[in-house]
Ligand binder design. Structure first.
Ligand code: NAD
Length: 459
């Protein structure tokens, strides 16, 4: 079973209910009533919009395509979240993803709420004109509920800057004279997108790891040494060590994280294995990541998968089955491919003591419990992979100000923003027995609950 967002919200509310830092002056029945209100508000979306897009295909057949826009909560600002084009999209999944966006934005203090969209198609089965039409129809059907101050979509699985450019163009036609640049993020740079947006998630993933293993240890060494907490002991064991790293997935996120790990001067990393949907590559002495990135850029994103291709690429590595990467005897594992990669079937074979969730939900519920009990430090998706969401916020700001940041400024601002979150959650994690994921959810839920209370929504 994947980790359930609503369960995590309930658990977070449970710890806040029993603690003293939230609404301590409200006790007894009033406290129970207030928390019941929070539970029902945060575990359900504000709106679920469903439409059947009427689309005329190239063969002149008229079809209806189911499409959703879920707006979970906007107490912190306009709804924000991607639009997914995938044949497996369904309402519950879109609701869950919209809920996750509310929490992710709250955790990182991004002034947006949570939303998500989906269109039930396999985009590979449609040509460019049809995809253009489907994208524009999506905007037409949901035009009343989206907009720069209402709900701001972005790309997700199956969509990219191309679809966002089309969608913003359609929004502008439907709402002439209105401001439109902030209606969609993840656009192409030439069309008002932010520099650095494509790399932002991979960079942020690496920052979440580097900060913990370098800055945090430097700042808190004495404090960590005094901790009884097993996670603190695990962390300190990795200080100044040669860190053997493996990265599952070498796409947009995994390749950027791999390059960061390879080039990082603050940590002593050695990336010894990377994988994609075909193979895993392994070299005990470390892989030449810059050359692999160049190779994948020229080869539709694929790593070399035969001895001949390795030779052509000039890469010294052995080819292994892709699953082997997960169970290697390494220090650090980045999961940057798909959901549900570590589960009951392989959790006992995992040897890495630090795991970074670059993908969404790559570790299932049972494996999460098991690994935490075995003192593995898991940097969860909600913390690690928010770089794209944060730079989407920068894109929205730049669109409003019509002033654009350099790539370097984007990465500096991204790091500074994520550091504010690390400052809160990392010390808490090493102070008690909650997992890092539980601390992240708890902090997000505390933020949302506080604002809901302050804005009078719990009476
Ligand atoms: P991508 O499609 O660019 O790359 C995915 C990579 O995973 C590819 O290299 C692919 O070959 C590989 N892969 C697929 N199946 C595999 C398997 N069974 N074993 C090993 N590798 C496999 O996607 P991406 O944009 O890099 O996103 C990666 C993950 O991160 C996704 O789960 C995505 O939802 C999540 N995510 C992405 C972003 C973003 O901004 N791109 C933001 C948050 C979360």
């Amino acid at each position: 079973m994947p980790i359930n967002t609503v369960d995590m919200i309930e658990k977070s509310l449970g710890t806040l209910f029993n603690g003293t830092e939230f609404l301590n002056d409200i006790q007894d029945q009033n406290r129970e009533k207030t928390f019941r209100a929070l539970r029902s508000i945060l575990s359900t979306p504000n709106h679920v919009a469903k439409s059947f897009l009427r689309v005329t295909l190239e063969n002149e057949e008229v079809v209806r395509i189911p499409a959703f826009r879920v707006q979970h909560n906007n107490i912190l600002g306009p709804y924000k979240g991607g639009i997914r084009f995938h044949e497996s999209v369904h309402e519950d999944e879109v609701i869950n993803l919209a809920t996750l966006m509310t929490l992710k934005n709250a955790l990182h203090e991004v002034p947006f709420g949570g939303g998500k969209g989906g269109v039930v198609i396999d985009p590979r089965k449609y040509n460019t004109r049809e995809l253009n039409l489907i994208s524009r129809k999506y905007v037409q059907y949901f035009s009343d509920i989206i907009g720069p101050d209402k709900d701001i979509p972005a790309p997700d699985v199956g969509t990219s800057e191309r679809e966002m450019d089309w969608m913003m163009g359609e929004y502008k036609s439907i709402h002439p004279g209105n401001s439109y640049r902030g209606s969609f993020t993840g656009k192409s740079v030439v069309n008002g997108g932010s520099l650095g947006r494509k790399e932002a998630t991979g960079k942020g993933v690496y920052y979440s790891f580097r900060y913990l293993l370098h800055d945090f240890i430097e700042e808190k060494k004495a404090w960590l040494t005094e901790r009884e907490n097993t996670a603190a002991k695990n962390l300190l064991r990795h200080q100044d060590k040669r860190l053997e790293v493996a990265i599952q997935g070498f796409g947009n996120v995994g390749s950027v994280a791999a390059l960061e790990a390879h080039q990082c001067k603050l940590l002593n990393n050695k990336v010894i294995s990377v994988s994609d949907h075909n193979v895993a590559l392994y070299n005990k002495d470390g892989l030449d990541i810059p050359t692999l990135v160049k190779y994948t850029t020229k080869n539709h994103g694929d790593l070399p998968k035969t001895t001949h291709e390795l030779q052509t690429a000039g890469i010294n590595a052995s080819i292994r089955p892709r699953e082997e990467l997960l169970t290697l005897d390494i220090d650090v594992l980045f999961l940057a491919a798909l959901e549900d990669q570590i589960h009951e079937g392989n959790m006992e074979q995992i040897k890495a003591k630090i795991i970074v969730e670059a993908a969404n939900a790559p570790i299932n519920n049972a494996a999460d419990d098991y690994l935490n009990k075995n003192d593995v430090i898991i940097i969860p998706d909600i913390l690690a992979n928010a770089g794209g969401a944060i730079v989407s916020y920068f894109e929205w700001l730049q669109g409003r100000e019509t002033q654009f940041y350099s790539e370097k400024e984007v990465y500096t601002k991204l790091y500074e923003k994520m550091k504010e979150t690390f400052h809160v959650v990392y010390p808490n994690y090493f102070s008690d027995q909650l997992t890092l994921r539980q601390h992240c959810y708890r902090h997000a839920v505390l933020k949302l609950s506080t604002i809901l209370y302050r804005q009078g929504k719990l009476y």
